[in-house]
Write a protein that binds this ligand. Structure first.
Ligand code: BGC
Length: 415
């Protein structure tokens, strides 16, 4: 081939690919160090396919801010191509008729056989895929700084709440902060669900926080959960109100605090800081919850678009999300595990391997539970109401346990 012919051939290939290259606007709330690194991998993949990535990041852990902004964009008739939406909220958005049908991509890429059935179901509305899942986060994790534990004379990670408070007392005596807490309502709620699971067990969690059964919600076990929950607060520092979750993780990373209760996106921060599990820090199930698993599956719902090139970019995004390359590199950075089945876990650390093993084991045992604090268990309206009631209790020591129980049960009746 002559040089001029080669140039023409190259020009044709380039023209061919740019003809189908489009812009993909992606709304997400991944703005912490570990999160930004993770979503950056998706951007790279899309750019390598010739598409333009329009970043629509709305800061705020847990995503409440992002969801408010999303609503106003959709109401204005200008939705992004994709938005980080998960759990029952996917069904609510789909019922508005604004989500795109991803079946062509899902069939071509064999999603039905690559996803755990419970996850696949959640991505569909009336049998059609409308969202693509990214990962599986485990929520019931406790993160501990090994040096702080060692300096405080704490041997072994506490497995029960009694052991936890004994360890926390030792840590306090040595002048460290026992619990790094970010005082925002979704973080208060995250700790709450850990405690309910640890105190009441999987069946109780299911009755109280998934079925929203009034009998369970008003039971002595709920009162005991609130007592334990309130006791944890006395081990947090006075500067916790309003603190972002990643700043709380930084306190553990920097040897200021011993423990944090947070899902494994916290591990993304340890990883970004170059810390190694086992050596610098420990991941363990929150007290009393080793045989259960609260899951939180991140996913992107796709909105209906008119432009053909934008639709192509959107389909490519959906395919990339479920691809093995992305599933591996994203989850290595994010702290979660791949949602795609049968992935090679060789490059993953011990926390991810334990998460993967426990995901399978708890699924068999019937103790794999959707996280209420992370939008997996109940509809957004009830979730929001319970979250507020829990947070009020956490923030106001004058609310008695009996009144706390009452107001949480009342909030759970919100439709
Ligand atoms: C999301 C995670 C995210 C975390 C903190 C959770 O609800 O599922 O992906 O890292 O919030 O922002």
């Amino acid at each position: 081939m002559k040089l001029s012919q080669l140039a023409t051939a190259v020009a044709l290939v380039v023209a061919g690919s740019t003809a189908m290259a489009g812009e993909v606007e992606v709304l997400h709330w991944w703005t912490s160090g570990g999160e930004a690194k993770s979503v950056g991998e998706l951007k790279k993949i899309m750019q390598s396919k010739g598409h333009t990535w329009k970043d629509f990041a709305v800061a705020g852990g847990g995503g409440d801010n992002a969801m408010t902004v999303l609503k106003s964009r959709v109401v204005a008739g200008n939705p992004p191509a994709a938005a980080q939406i998960k759990g029952p909220a996917i069904q609510e958005w789909a019922s508005e008729g604004v989500l795109a049908n991803l079946d062509t991509t899902a069939k071509a890429e064999k999603w039905d056989s690559l996803l755990p059935p419970v996850v696949a179901e959640g991505m569909k509305y009336k049998g059609n895929y409308v969202a693509a899942p990214v990962n599986v986060h485990r929520v019931n994790w406790m993160w501990a700084n090994n040096a702080v534990l060692q300096k405080s004379g704490v041997t072994g990670v506490p497995k029960t709440w009694d052991e936890f408070f004994a360890a926390a007392d030792k840590v306090k005596k040595m002048g460290f902060i026992p619990v790094a807490h970010g005082g925002q309502n979704w973080q208060d709620f995250t700790t709450f669900e850990d405690v309910v699971l640890g105190v009441g067990g999987a069946k109780f969690y299911q009755d109280a926080l998934i079925k929203l059964d009034q009998k369970a919600l008003t039971s002595p076990t709920m009162a005991k959960s609130l007592e334990t929950y309130r006791k944890i607060k006395s081990y947090t520092d006075p500067a916790s109100p309003g603190r972002d979750w990643n700043l709380a993780t930084a306190m553990v990373i920097q040897e200021k605090a011993a423990f944090q209760f947070m899902g494994d996106w916290a591990k993304g921060e340890f990883t970004a800081a170059g810390k190694v599990p086992g050596k610098d820090y420990t991941c363990a199930a929150t007290p009393g919850t080793a045989n259960a698993y609260t899951f939180n599956v991140d996913s992107f719902a796709m909105f209906k678009l008119k432009d053909a090139t934008a639709q192509k970019a959107q389909a490519d995004l959906a395919a990339a999300i479920m691809g093995t390359d992305f599933q591996e590199v994203f989850n290595l950075n994010k702290g979660s595990i791949p949602v795609r089945l049968n992935m090679d876990m060789a490059k993953f650390d011990d926390c991810a391997k334990l998460s993967s093993k426990d995901f399978v084991a708890t699924s068999k045992a019937g103790t794999l539970l959707p996280s209420i604090a992370h939008g997996m268990a109940v509809k957004p309206a009830a979730e929001g109401a319970i979250k507020d009631a829990v947070s009020q209790f956490w923030n106001d020591d004058k609310i008695s346990v009996a009144d706390g129980v009452k107001s949480i049960a009342k909030a759970a009746a919100t439709q």
